[in-house]
Structures are given as C-alpha cells and as structure tokens.
Design a protein around this ligand. Structure first.
Ligand code: FUC
Length: 792
C-alpha cells in the first residue's frame, strides 16, 4: 500500500495532466476520499490540519474557498468567573438530599454553585478565497484527500487546459501551503483574499497588503454575543492573532490592491499561510513573520516531501484491510449513499477507520491544544456547544484511538491541558466545596481550563467527575507505553490529586456504613423521583462510584509500581475497602444508573454512563459474569427505546459490543453508524458535526480485533461475521506490545507480537490461552493454535 501510494505521489507530482483518479483507474491504490464535484456546503468540504492550524477545502473552480482554523481562537481569558458556593452550602445541599427533597436539591445546587450558562466559543480563524476569473467549461473534475500523505488535491480541465491545486497543512513547517498549476498558455488570473466573519456586525479583522506579495490579517477573538450567568456578557477581548500569507509565482505578475493580491498570467503559484496567536506567543506577530520567511524559502515539493514524511511517521504505523477495494473507483459520497441505501461497504469501513487516525494526527500534535468537539475544524463564531472540551465523554472519546492505534504521542496535548485544568481544579475544590486536598473538574471546560460548575440545569452541569475520567487516560498511557518516567512525574501526581479530592468528598452513609459520593448526577440524564417528576441530583450514582473506584484502584496500582507506601496509600486503601459499589443490579437484571431503581423519563438516553465500568473502564469483564450479562441487558434496553441517537453514542456502542463479544450487534451498529451518522466528508454527525464519533469509531474497530484490558491479550474477540477475511498491523496492546493479526474465513491465520523488552505475555484466541515469551524486538509469529511459526 505504501509503495503504491508513493508511486501515486510521484505520478501526481510529475504530471499535471494526470489526476489521481486517472492513476487509480490504472490500478494504483490509495487511501483517499474523493468526489466529482466541489463542496457546496461545509459538511462536504475536506479537512487538512497540522494539529493546530487547519482548513476545510471546498475546491470550487470559480471561487475556491478554504475555511481556516487555529486551535487557540477563543475569546476571553483565564480570569472569567470564580468558583461559587461554600462548604456550608454543600452541607445544606446534602441535608436536602438526605431528607429526600430532591427537587429542592436540584434548584439549590444550581442557585448556589453554578455559573449558569456560559457562551464563549472556539471560533473560525477566517477564510481564504481564490477568485479565479474563470470563463469556460469545467470538465474532469476531481477533489480528493489522500489520507496516506495528508494532501488535498483539486484538479479539473477548463476548455481542455489542466488545472491542479494541492493543499497541505504541514506540522514540520507550521503552515498551510497551496500549490496551483495550469497547462494553459495564458496562465491563471486570480485574486487572493483573506477575511473573517463579523462578530455581531462588528468587523473582527483588519486585512492589509505588505510588500507586493503579502496579505496580513490582524485580529482579536471577541464574542459580542457572549453569555455568562445566563446574561448577555459581550466579550470584547480575547486571543490576538495574525495570519500572514505570501504568494510566489512562476511567470505572470502579482499586484497588491486594496487588501487583495491580484495574480495575472500565472503558470504556477505557491501560497504560504501562517497564523500565530497571543495564546502561544507574546510576540506572535514577529513569530508569524519569522515562520512565513522560513516556510516561503522552501519549494512546494520540498515542503510536501517534509510534510508527507512527518505525517507518515504516524499514519504508516497501522494498516487495516478487509479485502477488496474495488469500490475505490466510486466517489466517496456515492459509495456512502450506496451504503445508506443498504449495501454494506467493508472497504469504506476501513477508510473511516483510517480517517479517524488521519483526523487525530491532524488535530492533536505535541505542543498544540487537544482536539475539541470539532477537532480544530469550525466555521462558527458561536459553535454548537461552543466547540469546547466536554469532560463527560466527548474529550475522552477523542483520545480513545490514541493508544490502541499506536499514536501515543498524540495524547500529549490532552495531558498538557489536563495539567492546567488540575491547577484550576484545586482552586475550585477549595473555594466551591471547602475541600483542601486535591482537585475537581466539572462537566465541561474550554481553552482557559476553568474547572468550576456552569450550566443552568443540574442534570448536565453538576457532575464532578471530569478529572476522574481524565485520570484513566494517564494510567492507561502508562499501561500502554510502560513509560516509568511518565508514570512518576505526570500520571501519579495527577491521579493522586483526583484521589485526594474524592477522599475528602466521600461521606459515610449512616444506613450502609459505606463511603458514598453525593450530590451525584448521571451525565445529562434524569430519573423520575417519588412524585413522578424528573430529578437529577441523587444520593450516589453508578458512574460516580465506578469512576471513584477506578481512580482509587489505579492510584494504588501506580503506587505499587512506584514503590510508594505512605499515609496517602493507607488512607486510600481504607476508603476503597468501604466504598459504595458502583455496579449494582436491579430486579430486572439491568445495572442501576442511580442509587435506586427509579423510573426513567428517557429510557433510550444517549449516555450509557452506568456502563463506564464495561468501557472505557475495565471492571466488568467475562470474569464478572452476572455484571457482564447485566451490561448486555442494559444496552439492549437502551436500544429498544431508541438509544444511540447521536453519532458518538452509536460509536460507543461498538466498543460496548466488542467488550461483550457481541459480534452481531457490532456489525449492526457499524452499519447504523454509517447510515445515520456519517456525512459526505465522512465527518461524524451528532448532528451537527462532532468529531468524537469519528474517533470513537476508530477505537471501536480495534476493540473488536484486540483487547488487553484484562491483563492478557484477546485476539479477534468480537470479529464481525461479515469481516470474514482481513488483516490489521501495528496496533498496540497494554504492555507496549505491537500486534499484527491476519484472518481468513473468520479464523486467525497469523498473529504477530513484538515488544521492545523481553517479557512474557498471556494471549487468548477462542478457547486457547497461552503464556508466551517475547524477546526484545524479535517478532513472535503464531498460528491459529498460538504455536510459534518462528521457533523462538
Ligand atoms: C454531551 C452530550 C451531548 C453533546 C455535548 C457536546 O454533553 O450529552 O450529546 O455531545 O456533550
């Protein structure tokens, strides 16, 4: 596949007259999305990104549009709001719950502790338009995204003359670069324009020309329609930025005119675009200039080579195939439609898997902010859910593929961000709840990492386990990478702070004698209280106790690895021993979501928070058969009542199915995911667009093929029936083991395991379970009976 792609890259580089589709028709395979027409709307445009900077490409032959993105485009600053409430309020709140006054508790929690609704959003970085003064008939149109090399291409003929545009978002050179070429004798005539949408009718940028070949767009992110405490809160300040663009040409002329660059008679042009912001650099304007000078000193071919090599270092680690790719000759939107019409397309399933990896590499790189609800791709001033960092599943789901798909470095932004959040979370714990030790984080946050509670409704805002859930990623990062330094210096300190908060938050329940967490809510969901009216706050909820148990267990495991045995671990053990259980079965055999088997107003709710312990947690496994069965029942009930209504919820289902070895349901949920939740550009739809489903899907696919959460490796635990032949390589299991699997007629044909260290590992395939020895860096190749094919 790589050699084929390289061949393709060479073909496309040397031949303007031969587009990718022509090459493909000649039997060259490539991981690509492709279309026969320009994007009419944003959900048809194609994303490129370097982790921080990105664009959505429309490919319009008349006026080409690149909608621009940068990950720190936020209004406001770190100072917005403070924690609310006091320790006395917390005592009063708990008393209301103890007295069964849950509706009063619901009101009280919001009145006393919440900043109510806050609207301040991640925003678009603006738009780049290339106005081709084009007359003539456009034929042979092609628009594609090569996932292998992370290059977008638009090509077509106008009156027989070939036009080719290539776009990359380079991480190594930190720029967007666009190359344009034509075979037309008279060259291309076009204007280059930069702009950014108004904020409530107020201009947000000033565009000027510089020298004869540069555009400079200066601005600051504002949010005049901002809301805080449910009240208008115009934000007139925010992150400052400069976007700088330079055009170079072969042949023809460039003239600056009134904030526009006019290019005439150009046979070849390269446009370099950089954006720097005050979030990252005090001297962001000087940095932008420096960045532009550096990138513009290189040719497009050189930049493309550097970019593809850098991108490939991540992307090429994994290869997934389910057999034939014959349908590659069909445009992606037509294939998708065919799928939506009922014809399952296995190769498109592998493309969507690869796309998840592509999107993560493009939206989360070392030193950037983590991928938000839209990754980095956002055309709004006020985005859905502010395109922020929701901590009650969405941000975490974004990072589910990172470890299993062998992209552990890409988690770095999540940890850098979470460490900032931890600092603010300590303040919130003290100020809001009077808890002196540790840190708390609520259901959502943004670039400035506030940890306090904000929402006007208790059922979504008053959840306190954002930090607890993030702690799982720290521990898992260690389990996958075995990076002892990370464990000692990053993971354990984070896990300890979260555990400390919980230790002081828990209350002794007079009836059960156990430690109970309350006030609790179950993310975004409500139950029917004794009077038949919906309520959110309860005395304990499944997810809260599952997360607390996990944080305690993982912190103790980490302490063991680090040889720590101190007052903290002693106290932790004692509290853990008497913790209220988070997995309790109701009479109907389902897992309870709250402290009692309440009636539910929304039986098919999209969140399955009480199954956290099944996935992404690991407390429910085959080794806990009753809970395992109950988890299946819980899922079935949700689905019978219209569950999995959003893209991310459906994607989560695939991982649940995988953990329950429910191949048939996995197959069905994959199909439904394609049929209901995937847009033409293969972005996941909540709706609207939300990238978590893309990442959840990629992670779910691996979960079907390999699991390692039970201290042994399960090979092909939940292979869907219709994935009868295929292979996957380069994926990771806990223990830092790289795994390759090939199968045919639904049976394993070859398993390969390699570890950088000599170690023993237990592996299970079907009913066979074996302990195997791995020698450092020596692949162990096994057959269907887990016997070695390599004799080592
Ligand atoms: C969670 C979900 C919503 C949405 C939002 C961004 O709160 O319940 O469905 O995905 O995050």
């Amino acid at each position: 596949m790589r050699i084929q792609s390289l061949t393709l890259a060479l073909i496309t580089l040397i031949s303007v007259g031969c587009n990718q589709r022509d090459a493909q028709n000649k039997g060259v395979e490539v991981d690509e999305l492709w279309y026969e027409q320009a994007a009419e709307d944003w959900m048809q445009a194609l994303p490129v990104g370097n982790g921080r900077l990105g664009a959505m490409i429309f490919g319009n032959p008349d006026i080409e549009h690149l909608q621009l993105n940068e990950d720190s485009m936020w209004p406001g600053g770190p100072t917005l709001g403070d924690s609310k409430g006091t320790v006395e309020d917390l005592v009063a709140l708990r008393a209301l719950i103890d007295q069964g006054k849950v509706h009063q508790a619901d009101k009280f929690i919001v009145d006393k502790f919440s900043h109510l609704e806050v609207t301040r959003s991640h925003q678009t970085a603006g738009d780049l338009f290339l106005d081709f003064k084009r007359k003539g008939e456009v034929t042979d149109y092609y628009r594609g995204l090569d996932l292998d090399k992370a290059v977008a291409t638009v090509s077509y003929k106008v009156d027989g003359d070939q036009f080719t545009e290539k776009i990359i978002a380079s991480n190594v050179d930190d720029a967007l670069i666009i190359s344009l070429e034509t075979t037309a004798e008279k060259g291309l005539d076009f204007d280059i324009q930069l702009s950014r949408p108004m904020d409530k009718s107020a201009p947000t940028v000033l565009v000027t020309t510089h020298n004869s070949d540069e555009l400079i767009m200066d601005g600051m992110v504002t949010q005049r329609g901002g809301v805080v405490e449910n009240k208008p809160y115009p934000m007139q300040e925010g992150v400052e930025f400069q976007t700088r663009l330079r055009a170079t040409t072969e042949g023809g002329t460039i003239e600056p005119s009134d904030g526009i660059l006019e290019l005439r008679g150009v046979r070849k042009a390269v446009i370099y675009l950089v954006t720097k912001t005050s979030f990252y650099h005090q001297d962001f304007k000087a940095k932008a200039q420096e960045n532009l000078n550096e990138v513009a000193s290189k040719s497009f071919d050189e930049l493309l080579r550097r970019h593809s090599q850098d991108f490939g270092e991540f992307y090429d680690r994994v290869n997934f195939s389910l057999g034939s790719s014959d349908l590659d000759s069909l445009p992606t939107d037509k294939r998708l439609q065919r799928y939506k019409d009922g014809q399952v397309d296995l190769d498109l399933q592998t493309k969507l898997f690869d796309y998840g990896r592509y999107l993560l590499i493009s939206s989360s790189r070392e030193g950037t902010n983590p991928a938000n609800l839209q990754g980095i791709w956002n055309n709004h001033i006020s985005a859905p859910w502010n395109a922020d960092y929701h901590l009650n599943i969405n941000l975490q789901m974004n990072y589910w593929p990172s470890m299993v798909a062998n992209l552990s470095e890409l988690q770095q932004p999540l940890f850098d961000f979470s460490d900032r959040l931890l600092q603010r979370g300590k303040k919130t714990a003290k100020e809001q709840y009077g808890i002196q030790r540790g840190a708390v984080m609520h259901h959502t946050t943004d670039l400035w990492a506030p940890a306090f509670m904000f929402s006007s409704q208790p059922y979504w805002g008053s959840w306190i386990h954002g930090g607890g859930w993030l702690a799982q990623h720290y521990w898992d990062h260690y389990r996958f990478t075995q990076d002892a330094d990370f464990l000692e210096n990053r993971a354990y300190p984070f896990m300890k702070e979260i555990a400390l908060f919980y230790m002081d938050w828990l209350q002794k329940d007079a009836t059960t004698g156990k430690w109970v967490s309350y006030p609790e809510t179950s993310p975004e969901n409500s139950y029917l209280a004794a009077d038949g009216k919906p309520a959110a706050v309860s005395k304990g909820a499944a997810m809260g106790h599952q997360i607390i148990a996990e944080v305690f267990d993982n912190a103790l495991s980490a302490a063991k690895v680090l040889n720590i045995n101190d007052e903290f671990t002693q106290e932790l053990k004692a509290k853990r021993a008497d913790l209220t259980p988070g997995i309790v079965l109701g009479e109907d055999g389902r897992i309870l979501e709250w402290d009692k088997p309440y009636k539910e107003p929304e039986k098919g709710h999209r969140h399955l928070s009480h199954l956290y312990a099944l996935h992404p947690g690991d407390a429910i496994t085959e080794a806990t058969p009753e809970q395992f069965k109950a988890a299946k029942k819980t899922i079935d009930y949700r689905l019978e009542h219209g569950g999995a209504g959003t893209g991310w919820s459906r994607a989560w289902m695939i991982s649940f199915n995988a953990r329950l070895f429910d191949k048939a349901s996995a197959e069905e949920n994959i199909n439904k995911f394609f049929q209901i939740s995937i847009a033409d550009n293969l972005f996941d739809e909540h709706p609207p667009f939300q990238i978590d489903g893309n990442f959840g899907y990629t992670a779910g696919v691996i979960e079907l093929l390999l699991q390692s959460h039970e201290d042994f490796l399960r090979i092909l635990p939940s292979l869907p029936e219709n994935w009868s032949e295929g292979s996957i390589s380069g994926i990771k299991a806990r223990g830092n083991i790289e795994v390759g699997i090939t199968w045919d007629q639904n049976k394993l044909t070859q398993l390969s395991l390699v570890s950088p260290e000599t170690k023993s590992v237990e592996v299970k395939y079907g009913d066979i379970k074996k302990k195997l020895s791995l020698k450092a860096d020596q692949p162990l190749i096994l057959d269907v009976s887990l016997n070695s094919k390599t004799n080592n």
